[in-house]
Design a binder for this molecule. Structure first.
Ligand code: C2E
Ligand code: CA
Ligand code: CA
Ligand code: CA
Length: 279
């Protein structure tokens, strides 16, 4: 048992070294990466559920790391959060998103919305509203085409501050969505507190709606509750036709997921969107 214990420790330790090594590799380049333009926004289509029509996209950041290749946000957003880089990265994402909306106006895609993720630090810092005011003043975009996604967990870190921020965003005509809905601890109480446009049902609930009766009930009730409060509902992580059918039956408004499309580069998204218009 002793030797196995040591073996396990050895294995664990190697594992740790690999993880630590990757983390160091990511961390050491993270600040440079923004300057070197190694980040890219990918876009994942969002569709109207009844009709299947494309109505917009969520912007999801990717990092083209020179040694590691393309790195997904789950691997570097937590590091960016800790180190503070999330603030300039988040600002970059907003700028890029507004530039895309402006571009779309000129190429016949001016009807499409774009959703951008906000980190907790952005929500609780004091720079966000100034950045948005500048972007709205210097671009010609309709603020209602920009949606900001705030996770339930981030919003609930400081409910009073979040309430004030969401109110300010909505006063500017910017749309607000609560992301990963249902994964926090106080899903229902704040729906009344916050000014919102819609909620985004977390993938974790959608995944099991066909097999887990509890999840099916929760999703159905959530949609009903949201609608009765005048909120829209989008479901994320829709992978199967059966899931889409279930959600359609519960009158979920919109959906996003691999069933419809994976996140893709901007070029591909624009080609897809233009083709959908028959152009
Ligand atoms: P999220 O906001 O919940 O984004 C949805 C994630 O689910 C994306 O992962 C997307 O690729 C993935 N996804 C979409 N459809 C499906 C599906 O049908 N099945 C499955 N299994 N997954 C699906 P991604 O791109 O790896 O992003 C992960 C997380 O990183 C995001 O989760 C978001 O929290 C964060 N993130 C991404 N971009 C940004 C950003 O610009 N700023 C901030 N603060 N966070 C970001
Ligand atoms: Ca999101
Ligand atoms: Ca989400
Ligand atoms: Ca999620």
């Amino acid at each position: 048992a002793k030797s196995r214990g040591r073996g396990n420790f050895q294995f664990f330790s190697n594992d740790m070294n690999a993880a630590t090594h990757e983390r160091l590799l990511l961390e050491s380049r993270l600040w440079q990466a923004l300057e070197q333009q190694e980040f890219e926004l990918y876009l994942q289509p969002q569709v109207d559920l009844p009709s299947g029509a494309l109505i917009g996209a969520e912007a999801l950041v990717r990092w083209h790391h020179p040694e590691l290749g393309t790195v997904g946000p789950d691997r570097f957003i937590p590091i960016a959060e800790e180190s503070g880089l999330i603030l300039p990265l988040g600002e970059w994402a907003l700028r890029r998103a507004v530039a895309l909306l402006e571009r779309w106006r000129g190429i016949g895609l001016g009807h499409l919305r774009l959703a951008v993720n906000l980190s907790a630090r952005q929500c609780h810092g004091d720079a966000l509203l100034g950045q948005l005011d500048e972007l709205l003043a210097t671009s010609g975009i309709d603020p209602a085409l920009l949606e900001l996604e705030i996770t339930e967990t981030a919003a609930m870190q400081d409910p009073e501050l979040s309430r004030a921020l969401l109110q300010q965003l909505r006063a500017r005509g910017i749309r607000v969505a609560i992301d990963d809905f249902g994964t926090g601890y106080s899903s229902l109480s704040y729906l009344k507190l916050f000014e919102l446009d819609r909620i985004k049902i977390d993938r974790g609930f959608v995944k099991d709606i066909e097999t887990d009766p509890d999840d099916a009930v929760i999703v159905g009730a959530t949609i009903g509750l949201a609608h009765s409060l005048g909120l829209g509902v989008i479901a994320e992580g829709v992978e199967t036709a059966a899931q889409a059918e279930f959600l359609r039956g519960k009158l979920c408004d919109e959906a996003q997921g691999y069933l419809f499309a994976r996140p893709m580069c901007v070029d591909e998204f624009e080609r897809t969107a233009s083709a959908a218009l028959g152009g």
